[in-house]
Ligand binder design. Structure first.
Ligand code: BG6
Ligand code: MG
Length: 211
């Protein structure tokens, strides 16, 4: 076995919350008269909530105080959390669940490394509330991806050295974070287009050949 642990990004890897992030940011952008599309939304992958707001505000013709920014970020999060209530165990694909179960059966430790402060809520919605051996998320970090902190913390929570961990990511910033933390990485979706990870995956089950 090449790796003792696998650290999974959540949004875009274990489940797909992108459309809800998009809808919630779009509602806020429309309210502020800011242009926002899927391409800009792609830049928000792996990036913290406040940094995401700053990216959206690049197209804003005014200035906002820090207080206003916090209020708008909260407003987006309220819309987002309302949308997340629709999620259920049906949003966890059989392929993802089966692959996780097979990795666990081999004795591999499984963790989450997500920039999201809603990670535990989302895991609960899809029926994985108690599943992972460790959860490192937006609530226990000060620097978000591409800083390695979220993955370094996940490895610490598991008690496994970085060199024995594999990170699975769909964001370019996430692959950069894994590399900066001294970890190998496997890229899915958007991140696989950049060919900067240790492995590029076609499907989630590819992990069974990598680990
Ligand atoms: C990441 C998403 O998982 O979490 C980002 O890829 C998002 O798009 C970030 O901005 C922060 O999420 P939250 O739920 O704390 O607003
Ligand atoms: Mg992601």
């Amino acid at each position: 076995m090449k790796y003792e642990a696998v650290i999974f990004d959540l949004d875009g890897v274990i489940c797909h919350t992108d459309k809800y992030h998009f809808q919630a940011w779009k509602a806020l952008a429309d309210k502020l008269g800011i242009y926002f599309d899927e391409t800009i939304n792609n830049r928000l992958r792996g990036v913290s909530r406040m940094e995401s707001l700053e990216i959206i505000l690049e197209r804003y013709d005014g200035t906002l105080t820090d207080e206003e920014k916090t209020r708008y970020a909260d407003e987006k999060n309220d819309i987002y959390k309302e949308l997340l209530k629709q999620m259920s165990p049906a949003d966890l694909s059989p392929e993802v669940k089966d692959t996780l179960d097979q990795l666990r059966a081999r004795g591999v430790k499984l963790a989450i490394g997500s920039s999201s402060k809603n990670a535990r809520f989302i895991l609960g919605q899809i029926g994985l509330g108690d599943y992972f051996d460790a959860i490192s998320d937006g609530n226990n970090i000060t620097n978000s991806k591409p800083d390695p902190e979220v993955f370094v913390k996940a490895a610490e929570f598991l008690g496994i050295p970085a060199g024995k961990c594999l990170v699975v990511e769909d964001a370019e910033a996430g692959i950069q974070a894994a590399t900066a933390g001294g970890m190998d990485s496997a890229a899915m979706g958007d991140a696989a287009r950049y060919h900067i990870a240790t492995y590029d995956m076609d499907s989630f089950a590819d992990l069974l050949n990598i680990v």
